[in-house]
Design a protein around this ligand. Sequence first.
Ligand SMILES: C[S@@+](CC[C@H](N)C(=O)[O-])C[C@H]1O[C@@H](n2cnc3c(N)ncnc32)[C@H](O)[C@@H]1O
Length: 261
Amino acid sequence: MAVETERYDRALLLHGVKRNEVLTLEEVERYGRDSFGDPDYVSIYGLRPREWYARGVRILGRTAVECTRDVLADAMGQTIAANIAMLAPGPRVLAIDPFAGSCNTLSWILEHVPASEGLAFELDARVSELTRRNLALLGRPIELIEDDSLKFLHDRPLPSDRALVFFIAPPWGTALDERTRRLDLRRTTPPVTEILASLSARYATQPLLFAVQVYQKLEHASFSEAEALLDRPKFRVFGFNAAGQNHGILVGTRGWALRSP
Ligand SMILES: C[S@@+](CC[C@H](N)C(=O)[O-])C[C@H]1O[C@@H](n2cnc3c(N)ncnc32)[C@H](O)[C@@H]1O
């Protein structure tokens, strides 16, 4: 009998031969087991891998690595909703994920923010096709546009009668320094700082809330630059991973007043 020695890790799934391959259930569980000691690590859409797989959901190798899993997406959705609850009641919320991937985070944001609608963008045709299919299978009412989000958001208007909630999690690329383990918000692809500046200018007449997924340690100057682009910035780190390897969220608004006492 052949002995399986290949390790299912980030390198194989994100940069190796599995990047653009649809994974089997065994492979999804093996990635969780090999990399995190947990076959259920890639729990998304509120379901464990064997549950979402049984419902017909399929993901590529790259999406298994890039997706935001349930514990974190749920916590970020709750944090965003709690921040919105402190703001003056405004128009209906349109929540937008310009870097959709699995769309799991947007699903959780819609779950927690009352009466919100969802709009997502995905550049990669294969990821977009699978995510659209997965959302339909699960009955998640998210409009997914296959396009470069920043170009689209720059060129075309969004409904002007909505408060806009942007969830910003662009690919990190080399922005997370291997040595210092600090994330540089000016070096993501594209830079978070540029996204905040350009969306704030583009939608200056609407109430805006930005939620940026970050790492627990941030390169100081880039953090200050991002904070300066936001009103009432708040930074929170979650504790779902091993010490020193946790994700967090930076939330701030533009043109959206606090709720009166
Ligand atoms: C880190 S994943 C996002 C994870 C996602 N938020 C979730 O909840 O699972 C980033 C995704 O953004 C897509 N992407 C990168 N640049 C993009 C762009 N300019 N426009 C649209 N999608 C983009 C990538 O193809 C990838 O699928």
